[in-house]
Write a protein that binds this ligand. Sequence first.
Ligand code: BES
Ligand code: ZN
Length: 859
Amino acid sequence: MKLMSKDVAHLFELFQPEHYTLQLDPDGETREVRGRVTILGQKKGRPSQRLTFHQHGLKITSASITKHDKKGDQEIAVARINVQKSLDEVRLHTESLLHAGSYSVTLEFVAPVQNSMTGIYGSPYEVAGEKKLVISTQFESHFARQAFPCIDEPEAKATFDLTLTVPQGQVGLSNMPVSKQEEKDGRVVITFETTPRMSTYLLAFAIGDYQSRETKTKDGVLVRTWTTKDHSPESIDFALECAKRGIEFFNDYYGAPYPLPKQDLISVPNFSAGAMENWGLITFRESVFVAEPGSISQGAKEYVSLVICHELSHMWFGDLVTMKWWNDLWLNESFANVMEYVATDGLFPEWQIFNQFVTSEGLAAFRRDSIAGIQPIKTAVHHPDEISTLFDPSIVYAKGGRLLNMLRTYIGEDDFRKGLTAYFTKHAYKNTVGADLWAALSEASGKDVAAFMNPWLEQPNFPVVTVDQQGGELRLSQSHFLLDAAKADAARLWPVPLLATSEGVPALLETSTADVKLSVPDYVRLNQNAVGHYIVHYTRPEHAAWLAGLAERKELNEVERLMLLSDSSLLARAGKVSFDSTLSLLEHYTQETSDPVWDIMALILADGRRFIDADPTLEDSIKALVRSLIEAEYKRLGWQETDGESTQDTKLRASILGLGVYADHEDITKEALELFEAYKTDPSAVSAELRGIAFGAAARHDVSGAVDWLLEQDKTVSNPDIKADILGGLTATHSPEVASRLLARLQNPDLVRMQDVDHWLVFLMRNRYTREVAWQWMQDNWAWIEQTYKGDQNYDHYPRYAASCFSTREYLEQYKAFFGPKTEQVALAHNITLGIEEIENRVAWLERDLAAVQAYFKK
Ligand code: BES
Ligand code: ZN
């Protein structure tokens, strides 16, 4: 990957803070924060005439320095305050020479309450027509410097005393409990208890008109959930349950107690990420937190639990023990990714959430990680500005999570936990690098963890293992898998855990080929439970047919059934098999009853729909295929939830009906439209699972007034799950005129929150009927997008999402012409390069397989 900038200096090497005393007085009217900070710390290195701190966009009005030594305290005159904008620094120059030792530095400053979603920022929202404002923070990765001068590096851990001024009647929260509260000039001044030693990116506060629910864990930790009053108080009960039980789960799993006296979890009306693990004050986007009882779908509820467990996992892994520098952020996020599933599985075993680990994380990882040019998990970070573009969720979260899960299986759960407990004990309140974790896990397991993991982490992409079996003669080979096979590196090897069903197959394949003589000549299966991060190609047709038979008879478990399909679709994209063979494989799944398997089936049907871009006459054939595939499950599941049915069936029903609406299934469409009418008279008459189906059918078939009605609802409804269904429904329209109306709303923050714009846009671009208008809109309004989102971690979603929508040469050329010149921008370059590669791969695939797919549907 392209090197983006030279290494930024680490200020921690020059000054090591120990304690911050910080006062912040934010004003929602003037949009200014008056601040004062005293930083106590050690100056390091050679004598110099300056002290340097991070800052970004601050107005620094005064500075003073005090030296502390045996002789007592001594004032040192500051000769000049010099702000180095391009370096994000403020330098305090002195006449006298400053020697290494203990200093206090006090600065007064003014910070902005930003309109973006970083630093200290405002979230406007409405309750019953009344305009309100939340003021809160987002400091990860390097935005604490937008709020106060500091050494803004993860290694610079210090304790913090925060004092915050808030309007009367409003709630003010921070990482620690309140220690003192007093009224002053009609406002409330809140002082919080001293934090433990922690990194600046984890400091946080939130101020607003909030309501809460609270409970205590078994160990007496106070847990509270908070949301604004446009939601019901019950809407945060589910989050409270997840949080309490999640903390108890991790206490036990990690064998180290939750380190703080309390845990607050709070939703913020405008939020760029999904959630943020500020120590003791986790912040959330509403859609992953607020769960109105009775009107949230099972899938959304599962996501709430996953996100809460993800952030709670960080309270230990990330907050208590923190990476030294951003190049090990993967460790934080990969770990939290797998732990969100481990914990949710512990809390709600009936959900069988680990299947979803394979479908959502696994698939995202495989699809992204097979593009030439994708970065390895372990990538150097020269400057924190690179973080948002290097930390690709499909790689750092999904692939990293899969690899850690592979390791967990490789060394065994007990040793995994034992190693973690030792790691937390040894490194609490300190910083680590990846090798420290490997050392702890090696010690616990007696295995060389670094040797096993590093090839997976340091090399991009993954292997395909080819299986060539004739009777007892088995040849296994690994090779570098890429969608553009011509770019593969023949020399690349991984230590592949084979996880085979047959005796005599080695546990690891470390060479490029291995010949095995089996004493029993039964066909072998590899990668049981899809734990390994690789795909398998069974080259003998009889072997593949045997597997398809096992899948059809459900003699493979759900995960293996879905992996067989998923592997086939990846092999087709890379030209190793033709896509018509993937479609033929699908015919073995007409009696499939498993929700996660259906997720992959739907994905393969969506792959098939790509071919419509090359030949529009295929649309009818694909719809017919969909109708025939869903028939059995439609009969089984119908429209009514039955008492005691599994949550998987509940979710599957919605998928089947959604496919039915897409495929113009007559009954399903008719019922869905009736449901829409029913919803209009009485929303509570329609279950949360089916609401999206009803909205989608109504918008797609443009039943009279549906679009206007949904748009009106969007204005008045605050429930994020209903809003998501409205978004999904409206963007399913077949009308370019409707799409233009939707696009025209995007720049109005009263209608579409800043956090949601990319979703509206990408949904309209994915839709074949509205793609052209949406793509044109993105190009025409790029200046606005750039101005609004530059600096936001979601800015690079635009080239990434756009690339995911295009499959033809014409669009490839348009994409190149539009985004090509934008590779000048560090934040976009990587995703644009990958975007071009991705579209090229797709175009090549469609050209290669179109004739075979056409022939498949003729027969
Ligand atoms: N720490 C991240 C959020 C983050 C990452 C902020 C990098 C700034 C820079 C947080 O723990 C996280 O991973 N959030 C996820 C939610 C998750 C459940 C996938 C997110 O925001 O997508
Ligand atoms: Zn995270």
